[in-house]
Ligand binder design. Structure first.
Ligand code: 5GP
Ligand code: ZN
Length: 140
């Protein structure tokens, strides 16, 4: 996906309209058009990176700063109690727009929103999976 053809880059450049919630030099938050939950927003870096796997740490920090700032705005000023943050990194994980984005879904107690995926159940014993996935020498 080229930067010129990327829908979120086009929103960032102002070529495609979006309902902007927050913007600074490095990040933008705008309403998701999915219409699936009230308040569903997307936080993106202005730099075109695909996802968490290719994102440099400075861009990642700036994005997470913005995510926290908007999340606090939603809970402190807009009547929400909590926040779901969702991200799909890579098509295999369900990423449909190849420009890094964090979904922000504001929540109220008993709002009926189910933002947690129904997972299929683990196929392998936990200990086996742990042995395969742990980073040797990286825990104390
Ligand atoms: P993903 O499936 O990659 O995690 O999420 C992509 C999100 O981008 C979807 O929730 C979708 O509704 C949203 N989206 C796709 N195109 C546009 C657009 O042109 N404008 C806005 N505001 N959101 C979009
Ligand atoms: Zn882009």
């Amino acid at each position: 996906m080229s930067v010129s053809g990327c829908i979120f880059c086009r929103i960032i450049r102002g070529e495609v309209p979006a309902m902007k919630v927050f913007e600074d030099d490095h990040t933008l938050v705008f309403m998701d058009i999915a219409g699936d939950a009230d308040g569903h927003m997307l936080a993106v870096p202005k730099a075109h990176v695909k996802n968490v796997l290719d994102c440099d740490v400075r861009t990642l920090h700036r994005l997470m700063d913005t995510v926290q700032r908007v999340s606090r705005h939603l809970t402190e000023n807009c009547g929400y109690d909590g926040i779901n943050l969702l991200n799909a990194s890579d098509e295999s994980a369900g990423q449909s727009v190849p420009h890094f984005h964090i979904h922000i879904i504001p929540r109220k107690a008993n709002d009926g929103v189910d933002a947690w995926p129904a997972l299929p159940g683990a196929a392998d014993p936990l200990e086996e999976t742990y042995a395969r996935l742990r980073i040797p020498g990286a825990s104390k």
